[in-house]
Design a protein around this ligand. Structure first.
Ligand code: BT5
Length: 259
């Protein structure tokens, strides 16, 4: 994507501020800086290439030039939408809707991945800036693999990866996709605490009714069946002991058959 394509993609969107970079460390950092400077939400930063793109827990997100979409939104920090799992869900639902409009059938791997054919095509990174006990800003970073060249070398991903163009078999316009994701995201944002948002998220939940392997932070793992979502975006799983809910950050899930 270039500046002119970016300008075209966002024209008409109700953004307070928007910027495009050919190369940047991380789009989330630019938005965090804007939040400190008092920029009002919603604001958008996109980049063609990230040199220090990040995932959760210090992991790296690969964004090579001319092949991927990397962008971050500054969102209002009101209400339950401030919960990180729900913010992740917001990004994942918006990306899913945009992919569906291309004729694809995405699924959301809780909490923050969008899958095509059970491979990761998009990762979502919610970050919050706190000043004392006051939530100052909510930052939602989204990385989408558009061209095949956006897929990292196999050794550097922890879950099978794919790209939109690989799955579709033809080229797509990344700027149009960006516009479509941001439009969907801004339209869901005011409804994030309504049952219809939870339904939109749950309908697309990957591995629903299937046995998955839970990986816990202490390194242990167990198997359970995915049941659905709680109103706060926690994932409900059932094992022999009953149904239990997990918050974002507590577990990672994998299909059980990949053991
Ligand atoms: C994520 O983290 O999936 C969140 C990724 C968020 C990226 C966006 S891009 C715009 C904004 N600016 C940033 O700096 N970040 C956000 P996590 O679930 O922790 O997954 C990270 C893991 O995914 C890595 O450890 C790799 O194994 C794998 N990975 C890295 N790049 C990938 C890619 N392009 N496609 C698929 N998997 C990838």
């Amino acid at each position: 994507m270039n500046q002119a394509e970016f300008d075209r993609a966002i024209s008409g969107l109700p953004l307070t501020k928007a910027a495009f970079f050919h190369t940047i460390g991380s789009t989330n950092d630019v938005v965090a800086q804007w939040a400190k400077e008092g920029v009002a939400a919603p604001a958008l930063v996109a980049a063609d290439e990230q040199t220090s793109g990040r995932g959760r827990a210090g992991r790296t997100w690969f964004t090579p030039a001319r092949s991927a979409l990397a962008f971050s939104l500054l969102l209002g920090s009101d209400g339950a939408s401030a919960l990180p799992a729900k913010t992740s869900g917001l990004g994942a639902v918006a990306v899913s809707e945009a992919l569906e409009s291309l004729g694809l059938q995405p699924q959301i791997k809780w909490p923050n991945d969008v899958l095509l054919e059970r491979k990761k095509v998009c990762g979502v990174l919610p970050e919050a800036n706190w000043v004392g006990d006051k939530l100052q800003a909510l930052i939602l970073g989204i990385g989408i693999n558009v061209a095949r060249s956006s897929i990292p070398a196999e050794a550097s991903f922890n879950f099978p990866a794919t790209s939109i163009e690989h799955e579709l078999g033809h080229a797509v316009d990344p700027a149009a996709l960006l516009g479509s994701v941001v439009e969907s995201l801004l339209s869901w944002k005011p409804r994030i605490d309504e049952p219809e948002f939870l339904a939109a998220w749950e309908d697309r939940l990957a591995f629903k009714g299937e046995l998955v392997r839970l990986e816990l932070p202490d390194g242990s793992a167990e198997e359970a069946t995915v049941v659905g979502l709680d109103a706060d975006g926690a994932l409900r799983l059932r094992n022999a002991k009953g149904v239990r809910s997990f918050q974002m950050g507590e577990i990672q899930i994998r299909p059980a058959q990949s053991n």
